[in-house]
Design a binder for this molecule. Structure first.
Ligand code: ARG
Ligand code: ZN
Length: 894
C-alpha cells in the first residue's frame, strides 16, 4: 500500500488474458475471523489471446493450499507474489483448487467479505473479489458460479448468494448450509453473498411473458414496516423496462438486501442486489420525500443494471460508463416517467422538475470535477486506483452523453440501437465503441465524431450570438464551441453538440421556426447540431426581433455563454415555454446578483439587491398557476459549489455573506407573500409519497427557509409549530432546517428534541449530523461549525467506521458547507487532514472521497491557498497512505 509504487494503468494496454475461467465452485465455511474459502476453478485457454501463464489476483489472503488437476504443482510451475500468482500450464484446460483463509471481522475496507451488525456481506465491484479468493479478477472473465455457504444458524439464519437456491439443510454443531447456482456466466465483480439474521418482504409477480418471479426485500427484523416503497419501486422498474425496452427479468428470484455499512449507494450483484440501507428503508415518520425519490431511483438503477451491466458487461474498467452512464440515463428516464404519470395533467412540469434536479447535480458535482485536477473523459485513459473513477463524470456526464444520443436519434432510433446492441452482445464483455457502433448501425448514422465525447475531458463552452435583420425579418444565430484544456489534454476537437432552440416573440409566445431554404415554418423548438467550431443558422419570416431560448431542456452538458441583460433574463423567467429554461433564467439572474454581492462583500462595499431582480423573483413566487414543485425549484438559489466555481477567485466566506444577505432580503421584502403562500397552499392530508404533495411540502419548506432567514416572527413561529406538530419527516425536518439555517434561538432546543426522538434510528440521526455540519452561521460570535463538528465526532451516535455517518458529518462539512469549512486561519484544513489520515487507515475508499473536498484549492483566494497546501502535503507524506488517497492528493498538488 505504498503510494510511490501505485502503478498507472493505461486504457490502451488492454490485452485479453491467456486463460479464462468457465466454472467456479465456491465453498464458504463462515467464521468471524477465520472464514475458509475453497474455490474450484475450471480454466480454459483463451484461443483469442497470446499464449501465456494463467494469472490470478489476490489481496489480503492467507493461502492454505493450491492444487492443479488434483496434484501439488510441479516445481517452478507456480510463481507467487503478494497480489499475483502465475501458473504455467500445459494443455488447454485445467482444474485448480485453492483454499484461502480470510478475516471478515478485521476487514474495515468494506470491500470483499466483511461484517456488519453481526452479519456477513460482500462488495466486489470493482476489485473486491480478489480479497475473497485467488481469481483473474477482471470483468472480461465470465464464469458460471455455484456457491455453498455454511455458517452458524443462530448468527446467520439466512444464507443468500446469486441465482437460484438449489439445496439447503442442517449440519452438526448448530450449523447449516445453502447452495446457490447462478445460471448466467458473470464476472467476479457481480458475485455476492449475504449471511445474516434478516427477514424479507416478499411478493410474487408475473413477467411480461408470464413467468412467475419471487421478489424479496431483506432487512433486519424490526424494519419490515419500511420496505413497502422499495418493493413498489422494484415492481415499477420491472414493468417500465418491459414496456420501454422490452427487457424482462431473467431469473426466478430477485433479492434486495439492506446493509447498514456500505461504501456506496448500492450494488447490482446478479439477482442479489446489496443496498446501503438508506436507499431501501422508508416510512413517513423517518424518510423525507427526497428519500422516497432516491429510493425509487436507486432501486430502479440497480434493477436496470441486470441488462445494462450484467447481461452485457464491461470488457475492462475504462469502459465503466458503458454500464453506468447508460444505467443512470435509464433511471433518470424512469423517474421522469413515474413523476409524469403521477402528475397527470401536470406531467410536463413534473418531467422538467426531474430534469432540473439532474442538472443541478451535474453542475454542482461534475462541472467542478471537469475543471479540476481530476478532470477525465467519461472513458478515462489512465488510473491508479479504479475506485477513484466512480465519478460524477463517468456517471452523470456519461448519462448526458447517452441522452444526447437519444436526442439525436429520437426515441425510436435509440430503442432500435438498444435492441441491436443486445442482439450482438448479450452475454459478452464489451466496450463503449461496441455500444455506439450498434447505435450507429441501427440508425444508419455516422457517429465517429460523436465518439469524441468519450475521449475529451472538460466542460465545453458554447457561445451564442444573435443578429436581427429588421429589413428582411431574419434572425441569424451563430454558435461557437470551445473546450478549455484539462490536465494532460491541451488540444480539443469540435464535438457534436445538439442545441435545442426556440425563439420567443415580444408577446412571450414561441414563434414557429423556419430556417432559410425551408418552405414553411414548423415546430417551435428544434434541435440544431453544432458539429464544427462555429456554425450559423438563419431563421426567416419573423415580424419582430425574437428572444432566443437556447439549450432547451439542457440538451447538452455544456456551459452556455449568452449575453443577456437583466431585462431579458426577467422576460425569460416570465415567459419561456421551456420550463427548464425558465428555471435556468432564474438561476442565471440569481447567480449574477449573488456573484456581484459576493464581490461587494469581498471588497467591503455596501450590499444591496437590485429591485428588478426582486420583482422578477416575486412574479414567480406569486404565480399560482405554476406547479408548486416547479416554483420550489425556481425560487431556490443556485448551489454554493456551483457558484464558487464561477467566482474568480473563489472566496467562500464572501459568498456566504452574499447568500445570507440575499436570502434574508428576499425573506424580509417578500414576507407577506411567503406567509400568504404557506396559508394558500392546500396542505396535503395524511402522508403519501406523491409528486403533487411533495411539491407542496417542498414549497412550504422553502418559504420557511426564507422567513426564518429574515427572522420574520410570524414565519419563525410557524416553523416552530410545524416542527412540533409534523406528521411526517419531510415537514418536521424542513422546519428544523429552516430554524437551524436561520440560526434562530429556537434551533438548539429543536435539535435536542429531534435527537431525543430519533436517537436509536441511525438513518434519521444521519440527517441530524448533516444538518449541523452544513449549518449556516449568521453571527460572527456564534460557535463555529468546525467546533460543533469536532464535538459531534464524540457523540455516541457517531462512528468513523460507518460510511453513512462519515458522509453525513464530515462530508456535509467539507463538501456542502464551504462558507464554514474554508477558514482563513487554516483550522478547517488541519482538521480535514487529520480526518482523512484517520479514515485512510481503515477505509481508503471513504477516505479518498473525503480527500477530494480540497482538489480545486488552486481556485481559492491566496490566503486560503497558502493554508491548504501544507495540509495537502501532510496527507501526501502520511505513513502507509493508500493508493486511493495518494492518487487524489498527488493530482491536487501536481
Ligand atoms: N455499480 C454500482 C452502481 O453504480 C456502484 C459500485 C461502486 N463500487 C465501487 N467500488 N466504487 O450501481
Ligand atoms: Zn450503477
Amino acid at each position: 500500500m505504498k503510494t510511490e509504487h501505485a502503478p498507472t494503468i493505461q486504457r490502451t494496454d488492454y490485452a485479453p488474458l491467456a486463460w479464462t475461467v468457465r466454472r467456479i465452485d465456491l465453498h464458504f465455511a463462515l467464521d468471524p475471523q477465520a472464514t475458509v474459502v475453497t474455490s474450484r476453478l475450471a480454466c480454459a485457454r483463451n484461443p483469442e489471446a497470446a499464449p501465456g501463464p494463467l494469472l490470478l489476483d489476490g489481496e489480503a489472503l492467507e493461502t492454505l493450499s493450491l492444487t492443479i488437476g488434483g496434484l501439488d504443482p510441479a516445481p517452478g510451475a507456480v510463481r507467487r507474489g503478494e497480489t499475483r500468482i502465475e501458473i504455467d500450464v500445459e494443455g488447454d484446460e485445467v482444474e485448480l483448487e485453492i483454499v484461502t483463509r480470510i478475516n471478515p471481522q478485521a476487514n474495515t475496507t468494506l470491500s470483499g467479505l466483511y461484517r456488519s451488525r453481526g452479519g456477513y456481506f460482500t462488495q466486489c465491484e470493482a476489485e473486491g473479489f480478489r480479497r475473497i479468493t485467488w481469481f483473474p479478477d477482471r470483468p472480461d472473465v465470465m464464469a458460471r458460479f455455484s456457491v455453498t455457504l455454511e455458517g452458524d444458524k443462530a448468527v446467520c439464519p439466512v444464507l443468500l448468494s446469486n441465482g437460484n437456491l438449489v439445496e439447503e439443510g442442517d449440519l452438526p454443531d448448530g450449523r447449516h448450509y445453502a447452495r446457490w447456482e447462478d445460471p448466467f456466466p458473470k464476472p467476479s465483480y457481480l458475485f455476492a453473498l449475504v449471511a445474516a439474521d434478516l427477514v424479507a418482504l416478499e411478493r410474487r409477480e408475473l413477467t411480461a411473458s408470464g413467468r412467475e418471479v419471487l421478489l424479496q426485500v431483506w432487512v433486519e427484523r424490526g424494519n419490515l414496516d419500511r420496505c413497502e416503497h422499495a418493493m413498489e419501486s422494484l415492481v415499477h422498474a420491472m414493468r417500465w423496462d418491459e414496456e420501454t425496452f422490452g427487457l424482462e427479468l431473467d431469473l426466478d428470484r430477485f433479492m434486495i438486501v439492506a446493509v447498514s455499512d456500505f461504501n456506496m449507494g448500492a450494488m447490482e450483484n446478479k439477482g442479489l442486489n446489496i443496498f446501503n440501507a438508506k436507499y431501501v428503508l422508508a416510512k413517513p415518520d423517518t424518510a423525507t420525500d427526497v428519500d422516497y425519490e432516491h429510493i425509487e431511483s436507486v432501486v430502479a438503477h440497480e434493477y436496470f443494471h441486470n441488462w445494462t451491466g450484467n447481461r452485457v458487461t464491461c470488457r475492462d474498467w475504462f469502459q465503466l460508463t458503458l454500464k453506468e452512464g447508460l444505467t443512470v440515463f435509464r433511471d433518470q428516464q424512469f423517474s421522469a416517467d413515474m413523476l409524469a404519470r403521477a402528475a397527470g395533467a401536470e406531467g410536463d412540469s413534473a418531467r422538467a422538475v426531474k430534469r432540473i434536479d439532474d442538472v443541478r447535480v451535474l453542475r454542482a458535482a461534475q462541472f467542478p470535477e471537469d475543471a479540476g485536477p481530476m478532470a477525465h473523459p467519461i472513458r478515462p485513459e489512465r488510473y491508479q486506483e479504479i475506485n477513484n473513477f466512480y465519478t460524477a463524470t463517468v456517471y452523470e456526464k456519461g448519462a448526458e452523453v447517452i441522452r444526447m444520443l437519444h436526442t439525436l436519434l429520437g426515441p425510436e432510433g435509440f430503442r432500435n440501437g438498444m435492441d441491436l446492441y443486445f442482439s450482438y452482445h448479450d452475454g459478452q464483455a464489451v466496450t463503449c465503441d461496441d455500444f455506439v457502433e450498434a447505435m450507429s448501425e441501427a440508425n444508419g448514422r455516422d457517429l465517429d465524431q460523436f465518439m469524441r465525447w468519450y475521449a475529451q475531458a472538460g466542460t465545453p463552452r458554447v457561445a451564442a450570438r444573435g443578429g436581427w435583420d429588421a429589413a428582411d425579418g431574419s434572425y441569424t444565430l451563430t454558435l461557437t464551441q470551445h473546450t478549455p484544456p484539462t490536465p494532460g489534454q491541451t488540444e480539443k476537437l469540435p464535438l457534436v453538440i445538439p442545441v435545442a432552440v426556440g425563439l420567443i416573440g415580444p408577446d412571450g409566445a414561441d414563434l414557429p421556426l423556419q430556417l432559410e431554404g425551408e418552405a414553411a415554418p414548423g415546430a417551435t423548438t428544434r434541435v440544431l447540431e453544432l458539429n464544427a467550431e462555429s456554425r450559423q443558422w438563419r431563421f426567416v419570416g419573423l415580424s419582430a426581433e425574437p428572444v432566443p431560448s437556447l439549450l432547451r431542456g439542457f440538451s447538452a452538458p455544456v456551459i452556455l455563454e449568452l449575453e443577456e441583460d437583466d431585462a431579458r433574463l426577467a422576460f425569460r423567467m416570465a415567459n419561456d415555454s421551456d420550463a427548464f429554461n425558465r428555471w435556468d433564467a432564474a438561476q442565471r439572474y440569481a447567480e449574477r446578483v449573488l456573484l456581484e454581492l459576493g464581490a461587494a462583500a469581498a471588497e467591503g462595499r455596501a450590499l444591496g439587491v437590485p429591485v428588478a431582480f426582486v420583482e422578477a423573483f416575486a412574479r414567480l413566487l406569486r404565480d399560482d398557476r405554476l406547479d408548486p414543485a416547479f416554483r420550489a425549484q425556481a425560487l431556490a438559489l443556485p448551489g454554493e459549489g456551483y457558484l464558487l466555481e464561477r467566482m474568480q477567485p473563489a472566496d467562500p466566506a464572501a459568498l456566504r455573506t452574499a447568500q445570507i444577505y440575499l436570502g434574508a432580503e428576499l425573506g424580509r421584502v417578500l414576507a407577506a407573500d411567503w406567509l400568504a403562500l404557506t396559508e394558500g397552499l392546500v396542505e396535503p392530508g395524511e402522508y403519501r409519497y406523491h409528486p403533487a404533495d411533495a411539491g407542496r411540502r417542498a414549497l412550504i419548506n422553502l418559504a420557511l427557509r426564507y422567513l426564518c432567514a429574515a427572522r420574520v416572527p410570524a414565519g419563525t413561529g410557524l416553523a416552530r409549530r410545524r416542527f412540533e406538530s409534523a406528521s411526517n419527516m419531510t415537514d418536521r425536518f424542513g422546519a428544523l432546517a429552516a430554524l437551524v439555517h436561520g440560526a434562530l434561538p429556537e434551533a438548539e432546543g429543536a435539535l435536542a428534541a429531534f435527537y431525543e426522538r430519533y436517537r436509536d434510528d441511525a438513518l434519521v440521526l444521519d440527517k441530524w449530523f448533516a444538518l449541523q455540519a452544513g449549518a449556516w452561521r449568521r453571527d460572527a460570535g456564534a460557535t463555529p461549525v468546525l467546533e460543533r463538528v469536532r464535538a459531534l465526532l464524540g457523540d455516541p451516535g457517531f462512528s468513523l467506521s460507518n460510511p453513512n455517518k462519515v458522509y453525513a458529518l464530515l462530508g456535509s462539512f467539507f463538501r456542502a458547507n464551504p462558507g464554514e469549512f474554508h477558514l482563513a486561519d487554516g483550522s478547517g484544513y488541519a482538521f480535514w487532514a487529520d480526518q482523512v489520515i484517520a479514515l485512510d487507515a481503515a477505509n481508503p475508499q471513504v477516505a479518498a472521497r473525503m480527500a477530494r473536498a480540497l482538489e480545486n484549492w488552486r481556485r481559492f483566494t491566496p490566503v486560503l491557498r497558502e493554508a491548504v497546501r501544507p495540509q495537502l502535503e501532510r496527507v501526501r507524506a502520511a505513513e502507509g497512505l493508500s493508493p486511493d488517497v495518494g492518487e487524489i492528493v498527488a493530482k491536487a498538488l501536481e
